[in-house]
Design a protein around this ligand. Structure first.
Ligand code: FRU
Length: 524
């Protein structure tokens, strides 16, 4: 018995020592983040996409709307511009356009780093952490223990929760963490929680290597495993990560369907990371689908680990993704910070003779950032090539209508002849992006050439084509996001010319170029 007490005392001493250490590391890292805080004017700094003030960022986490505030938490390492011990960084917004940077929300502790996860408003105080009058925000995340990794038992990822009683400003970790342990699953992470009205329960979906697992809970602390999905379906060229599950009406039909997002790395279409989705049914316990093709949310190389908001007003499904790719994310040529998020996008579900498909398209109020419109002609006839000049094609939203069955090529370039090319090749039915000479590319061997042509259906119909450029990214939306292509690039000076050509003499109508204001209150 005395021996047992000694062991307990020793473990306590070791644990508290470790705790103090981790607090120390965290606060010194925090200071280093502050001293290098930026004014958002650095080279390649996005002007209207969210990026952290400084240091490393990856996945969006804990997207939740509460009391007029959209929260954006994110995987954050305040100690360097490469991935490291993960924290949850935090920013808030009232309109999903302007962001306010907040202090770090969650720090690593004795159970490990704080990996990706989600957040909910516990309206009925089912967890007991708050009161009915002041319902808590609950974050659920993965603990990743580096110490256990070193022991090699494959039980290093467990799930924990934390709560906030002041709408996300401060967080307290649950003292009985972890709430879901691990009995030997190498990859076991990225919990997405949501409330299921009919079932009157919390649903949790997380991923375990090659499949997703579904759980139920009444109080967000005790979880029961209900089912699994995915071992023999979909893309499996890498580990499944960052799942999301939500219900959507079919816009051009009567039904409702469930959509399951699964990010995968490696094994994406362009190498590295990408996000696939499944459309099917979820009866509260089990997800099923008749889908047998692989569907990608975005046909570009740089939209990963995206998830959607819990609780968004008007039942909207709003998505934010990480605008990078693990192939080269840690090498991109920025110095103060690394990476940005996609614009928030509304996700809608449609169907046609080939089955169900998603459209993802920037939220409507993005247009509130337009500053001035350029005076280009409303109609551009491409019997001959046309070159447009601008002082800045690096902060613009360009849109026009065209017949999807016609060929079109757009070349953005600057005085150094760095160029980014987008081609809608109706002959081969392929959408092509070429960033070989788009600017800096040699920081990583795949970056210049990894983007592959992606198939599309050049049907005979007039659709909108929209391109949003923000310094180091281009988001392209064809037919309101039926085909979305997100890619990053690093031109060493702004693109100042846009050359348009078409082998089919296509005519672009309703042609608009809107300059877009910075959201960071600076003069850039
Ligand atoms: C996806 C991911 C997640 C994990 C996090 C760690 O990019 O690998 O699966 O939780 O990043 O930062």
């Amino acid at each position: 018995m005395r021996f047992f007490k000694l062991i307990v005392l020793l473990s306590f001493l070791i644990l508290s020592c470790r705790n103090q250490n981790s607090e120390k590391t965290s606060s010194s890292q925090d200071d280093s983040a502050k001293t290098s805080e930026s004014n958002y004017k650095e080279k390649f700094r996005p002007q209207f996409h969210f990026s952290p003030p400084s240091k490393w960022m990856n996945d969006p986490n804990g997207l939740v709307y509460n009391d007029g505030i959209y929260h954006l938490f994110y995987q954050y390492y305040p100690g360097d511009i490469v991935w490291g011990p993960m924290h949850w960084g935090h920013a808030t917004s009232k309109d999903l356009i302007h962001w306010e940077n907040k202090p770090i929300a969650l720090y690593p502790d004795e159970y490990g780093y704080i990996f990706s996860g989600s957040a909910v408003v516990d309206k009925t105080n089912s967890s007991g952490f708050g009161t009915k009058d002041n319902p808590p925000l609950i974050a659920m995340f993965t603990y990743h223990s580096d110490e256990l990794v070193k022991k090699g038992n494959n039980d290093h990822q467990t799930q924990g929760i934390a709560y906030s009683l002041d709408n996300g400003d401060t967080w307290t970790k649950y003292e009985e963490n972890p709430v879901i342990g691990n009995d030997g699953m190498m990859d076991f992470r990225d919990p997405k929680v949501f409330w299921h009205d009919e079932l009157n329960k919390w649903i949790l979906i997380l991923v375990a290597g090659d499949h997703a697992k579904f759980y139920h809970s009444d109080n967000l602390k005790d979880w029961k495993l209900k089912s699994e999905f995915g071992k023999n379906i979909g893309a499996h060229g890498g580990v499944w990560e960052c799942p999301d599950l939500f219900r959507l009406p079919v816009e051009n039909g009567e039904e409702e369907k469930w959509v399951l997002l699964i990010s995968i790395n490696p094994g994406g279409t362009h190498g590295g990371s990408a996000t696939q989705y499944f459309v099917g049914e979820f009866d509260g316990e089990t997800f099923t689908t008749n889908q047998n093709d692989i569907k990608w949310l975005d046909l570009g190389a740089d939209n990963y680990a995206g998830i959607t908001y819990n609780n968004a007003p008007n039942n909207e499904r709003i998505f934010i993704g990480w605008m990078s790719n693990w192939l080269y994310a840690q090498k991109v040529p920025t110095e103060v910070w690394r990476s940005a998020m996609t614009l928030p996008r509304t996700i809608k579900l449609f169907s046609d003779e080939n089955g169900y498909y998603l459209k993802n398209y920037p939220i409507e109020n993005f247009s509130t950032l337009y500053s001035s419109k350029n005076n280009y002609s409303n109609e551009i006839d491409l019997k001959e090539e046309v070159t447009l000049d601008s002082s800045n094609f690096s902060a613009v939203d360009i849109s026009f209508q065209m017949n999807l069955s016609k060929d079109l090529q757009l070349e953005f370039y600057n005085a150094k002849d760095e160029k980014l090319v987008f081609q809608m090749d109706s002959k081969t039915s392929e959408l092509k992006i070429d960033r070989k000479t788009s600017g800096l590319t040699d920081f990583e061997e795949h970056f210049a050439t990894n983007i592959k042509p992606m198939p599309y259906n050049p049907e005979d119909s007039i659709v909108e084509v929209r391109l949003i450029v923000d310094e180091a990214s281009m988001e392209i939306f064809v037919d309101k996001g039926k085909y979305a292509l997100t890619n990053i690039m690093f031109p060493t000076e702004n693109y100042s010319k846009l050359k348009l050509t078409s082998e089919d003499d296509t005519v672009l109508t309703n042609f608009k170029v809107n300059n877009v204001k910075s959201i960071w209150n600076n003069e850039k």
